[in-house]
Design a protein around this ligand. Structure first.
Ligand code: COA
Length: 140
């Protein structure tokens, strides 16, 4: 079976800071490690905020791809999640979402997890709707 490897981690966060939070004991799994699902959820929130700012539309998550869990997250880590635009389609937008941590008593930022989140702009009934391609965040 072919091995897959993640792209090398950039030296510093890229894109726009979307959310920052603290990993708490309540976010751990049965082994006392931070639960991957908690991190995915924070990243989804961050990507969704980025998608909303870009499209100015309600959106729903349709796909999460190319996730790489590079390093663990520990209780007490400050987690900062950044988004950057990958592509804008007719009704969907793909955001590269990257979670970085600053561990207690350390100044270095460490990339822990990244991946691509795709959101679909939807109307009030939850049906896909066209994204305005002339939005300043898209043209920029
Ligand atoms: C998202 C949803 C509205 C899309 O409805 P749909 O009828 O499948 O819509 P379409 O087939 O017209 O696709 C809409 C867009 O999504 C994209 N898309 C659909 N499935 C996709 C997938 N698996 N991966 C990436 N993009 C996808 C399409 O390419 C299209 O993009 P474009 O207009 O930019 O070309 C519908 O699938 C849905 O409601 N899903 C549940 C969403 C949800 O509950 N999310 C939270 C999960 S916890």
């Amino acid at each position: 079976m072919a091995e897959t490897h993640a792209a090398p981690a950039p030296a510093a966060p890229e894109g726009e800071l979307s959310i920052r939070t603290l990993a708490m004991p309540a976010d751990t799994n049965q082994n006392g490690d931070i639960f991957g699902g908690w991190l995915l959820s924070q990243m989804d929130l961050a990507g969704s905020i980025f998608a909303y700012k870009t499209t100015q539309s309600r959106n729903v998550t349709v796909a999460i791809e190319a996730m790489t869990f590079r390093k663990p997250v520990y209780v007490g880590d400050v987690v900062s999640v950044y988004g950057s635009l990958v592509r804008v389609g007719r009704t969907s937008i793909t955001v590269h979402v990257a979670a970085w941590v600053q561990r207690r008593n350390e100044s270095e930022l460490i990339l822990v997890t990244d991946g691509n989140y795709t959101y679909v702009a939807v109307d009030d009934d939850g049906h896909p709707q066209a994204i305005r391609q002339d939005s300043p965040s898209i043209k920029a």
